[in-house]
Design a protein around this ligand. Structure first.
Ligand SMILES: [Mg+2]
Length: 206
């Protein structure tokens, strides 16, 4: 993997030490991303961004609440160069993404097809990204987003969330495996390329 993402914000006092440990573990090569899920206040987030830049953190996701568009914009304007401010995973419709882009709140917009109206909604977010000149990154559900990102020129990467990758491989035939940090859709399977493993899924039926 060429990028590694970790959570921060639950215990802000420990975050820098945790990030330092993660950087030491992955070495100098991969980019290190952090995701605060909106846990910081604005000034806390600014201070963390300054300190984390020294550890080559290149992505700061939801430094403040993704509803705080002015706060995201503040972080975007003030964060060290080379650190992208990102949000969007809670978007459920196109107006949400448009408000975020109009507010110039993010360097990279995130979208999740399982939340924002499926394939149509995701491609709509992707079209907005193209129109605004902002890159797109998909959130979770890597097997679903692999073919969708192939159809979205603004997409730069997708989130390979381990829990999701594990469940997808448990429940679906055709979940792609990363190779050299890349996911590729199966070209010999129809549609999304996924087929439910019914026997494995049966025990979860309600
Ligand atoms: Mg996130």
């Amino acid at each position: 993997m060429r990028h590694v993402k970790m959570k921060v914000g639950r215990q802000p006092g420990r975050d820098l030490a945790r990030v330092r440990t993660a950087r030491a573990a992955i070495g100098a090569g991969p980019e290190l991303f952090v995701d605060a899920n909106g846990a910081y206040r604005r000034k806390e987030a600014l201070a963390f961004a300054d300190a984390a830049a020294g550890l080559d953190v290149t992505w700061f996701e939801e430094p403040v609440s993704s509803d705080d568009l002015d706060g995201l914009r503040l972080l975007r304007d003030r964060a060290p160069p080379g650190m992208a401010i990102t949000a969007g995973e809670y978007g459920y419709d196109q107006p949400y993404f448009r408000r975020m882009l109009d507010a110039q709140a993010v360097d990279v917009l995130q979208a999740d097809a399982t939340r924002c109206g499926g394939i149509t909604g995701f491609l709509s977010a992707a079209a907005l990204c193209e129109a605004y000149g902002v890159p797109l990154s998909s959130h979770c559900a890597p097997s679903l987003h692999t073919p969708l990102c192939c159809a979205a020129p603004a997409a730069i990467h997708l989130e390979y969330f381990h829990d999701h990758a594990r469940i997808e491989h448990m429940l679906f035939e055709g979940a792609p495996e990363p190779a050299d940090g890349m996911l590729s859709p199966f070209r010999d399977r129809a549609g999304l390329g996924l087929e439910l493993k019914e026997p494995e899924a049966r025990c979860y039926a309600i």
